[in-house]
Design a protein around this ligand. Structure first.
Ligand code: CP
Length: 308
């Protein structure tokens, strides 16, 4: 099966078959990263541009590593060292990049919909690396891959996502992906962090963490965006931690073989206690490892390198 699309903009528009294709392809790339010489010639002659208008450690680095392991030429542009600081618009920046004829542009931007706008304007493939609070599709794909490889399936699992659901592009993409793949998803957070009508996405919403994690197979903790403390949507980090942190006490409510996920970066001692983040149930670093493989798969499938 081929991935018959130019861009990866969100999980909402991917079919179950497309998600399986991406995860299967990613699994086939895991082995490349374990070799002594971690490089295959698959994307030789292709050019990847990473255009990041927001901070990133995992996503930007793993796209760069993914491109390099496939032998693509990989260029990184961050807002602070680009001509954006001189007032150049996103569209002008993108048109100038297009003029240099890369093959794929990966973009992270605070404005929801900016990857979609570029996808309509440019001939290059666009990958959304996070657009505002809208979607973070490659994060959800690596999360689905990690769940599938650890549990052997996604369908039928009880998955709890805890935190600021309203402002989380990770939560939104994962809700689309997990429900599509047949998991049952519960979300929990303070009422101020739960979007009105969230149940329409096929999830059950709670305002107490204990209700959401009871008998869960997977618990995904979200980063509390500390910059939102000023918006008064929660009283203080200390209070948030008291009611919504995953810790040694409440993890007992989940299934014995529960797996703990977090997209990173973590606020240790706020949404997750350090002993849980580093404990035997944690698969947080497996998520990061799988991020490279998922991004290799997307670069490979979008450049049509799988077509004979
Ligand atoms: N999970 C994630 O998007 O991390 P970064 O912000 O470090 O890329």
């Amino acid at each position: 099966m081929k991935l018959n699309r130019k861009d990866i903009l969100g999980i909402q528009e991917l079919s179950v078959d497309e998600i399986h294709l991406i995860l299967d392809t990613a699994e086939s790339f895991i082995e490349v990263s374990t070799r002594e010489i971690k490089k295959v010639p698959t994307l030789r002659g292709k050019t990847l541009v990473n255009l990041f208008y927001e901070a990133s450690t995992r996503t930007r680095t793993s796209f760069e590593i993914a491109g390099k392991r496939l032998s693509a030429d990989t260029i990184n542009i961050s807002a602070s060292t680009s001509s954006m600081v001189k007032g150049e618009t996103l569209i002008d920046t993108a048109k100038n990049l297009e003029a240099m004829n890369p093959d794929i542009i990966v973009i992270r931007h605070s404005a929801a919909g900016s990857p979609h706008m570029l996808a309509g304007l440019l001939k290059q493939s666009i990958i959304n690396a996070g657009d505002g609070a809208h979607e973070h599709p490659t994060q959800a794909l690596l999360d689905l891959m990690t769940i599938r490889s650890k549990k052997g399936r996604i369908a039928g699992l009880e998955i709890a996502i805890i935190g600021d659901i309203s402002h989380s592009r990770v939560a939104r993409s994962n809700i689309y992906g997990m429900t599509k793949m047949g998991a049952r998803v519960r979300v929990a957070g303070p009422a101020t962090m739960l979007p009105r009508g969230i149940e329409k996405l096929g999830v059950t919403a709670y305002t107490h963490i204990d209700e959401a994690i009871r008998d869960a197979d997977i618990i995904m903790m979200l980063r509390i965006q500390t910059e939102r403390e000023k918006l008064n949507i929660f009283p203080s980090l200390r209070e948030y931690a008291k009611y919504f942190s995953l810790n040694r006490r409440n993890i007992e409510l989940a299934r014995e073989d529960v797996l703990i996920m977090h997209p990173g970066p973590m606020n240790r001692g706020v949404e997750i206690s350090p002993d849980i983040a580093d404990g035997p149930h944690s698969i947080i670093l497996d998520q990061v490892t799988n991020g490279v493989a998922v991004r290799m798969a997307l670069l490979y499938l979008l450049t049509g390198s799988n077509e004979s």
